[in-house]
Design a protein around this ligand. Structure first.
Ligand SMILES: N[C@@H](CCC(=O)N[C@@H](CS)C(=O)NCC(=O)O)C(=O)O
Length: 203
């Protein structure tokens, strides 16, 4: 079993942090998405969506989508639980992980992809106006996160979860996207310092 990824990209990092938290070692094979390796015929056969990361199983079957890969490892290695144990925990963590992914990481990625010169070949056409439309969405998601983190230590409650991983990767992706993190978001700042200090965050 091995993962195909690009070590610089945010979605593969979500999976690496998840695995590090669970202390699971999986071989990671690199491709270069800036060189458009994900669009070549061999990779496209593995994932017709031409996106990383993917997990290739020993029998050749492929799992793509970061959360699907994490869910597979959560089922194989339930400890420590990162996706909840009770039905309620699982639903709340799923809710917050989706919010982190769809309402925060996604708009940050749109700003990055539609403004950064390095993305010109990957994102065709680059539409700067779409980046601008997404900037306020980033701030709205951060405000919701700020309110949540004022009430509890982690994004989905009292325990660290996959929602914190997606949140961390998203907030740290603001730097290459050239989106400033406002100092007024004190609870996001407190949370970021703590989460980024976990050994898994270097994955
Ligand atoms: N929904 C997918 C998104 C994967 C994704 O967008 N990966 C990016 C890297 S972070 C990619 O492969 N980009 C290549 C491209 O856009 O051509 C997931 O959760 O894994």
């Amino acid at each position: 079993m091995y993962i195909i990824e690009d070590g610089r990209a945010p979605n593969p990092r979500r999976v690496r942090i998840f695995l590090a938290e669970k202390n699971i070692d999986v071989e990671c094979r690199q491709i270069d998405i800036n060189e458009l390796d994900q669009k070549d015929a061999a990779f496209s056969r593995l994932n017709p969506l031409q996106r990383v990361p993917i997990l290739v199983l020993d029998d050749g079957r492929v799992i793509s989508e970061s959360v699907a890969i994490c869910r597979y490892f959560e089922a194989l290695n339930p400890d420590p639980p990162l996706m909840g144990q009770t039905p309620l925990e699982q639903a709340v963590i799923e809710m917050w992980n989706r919010r982190m992914e769809l309402n925060l990481l996604m708009p940050i990625a749109q700003v990055f992809r539609h403004t950064h010169p390095a993305m010109a070949e990957m994102e065709v056409p680059q539409v700067p106006a779409w980046a601008e439309a997404n900037r306020p969405r980033v701030q709205e998601a951060l405000e919701i996160m700020e309110t949540q983190l004022a009430m509890q230590p982690f994004i989905a409650g009292d325990s660290y979860s996959i929602a914190d991983i997606t949140g961390l990767v998203a907030v740290q992706f603001m730097k290459p996207a050239r989106i400033p993190l406002e100092d007024s978001l004190v609870n996001v700042g407190r949370w970021l310092q703590e989460i980024a200090g976990r050994p898994s965050s270097i994955a």
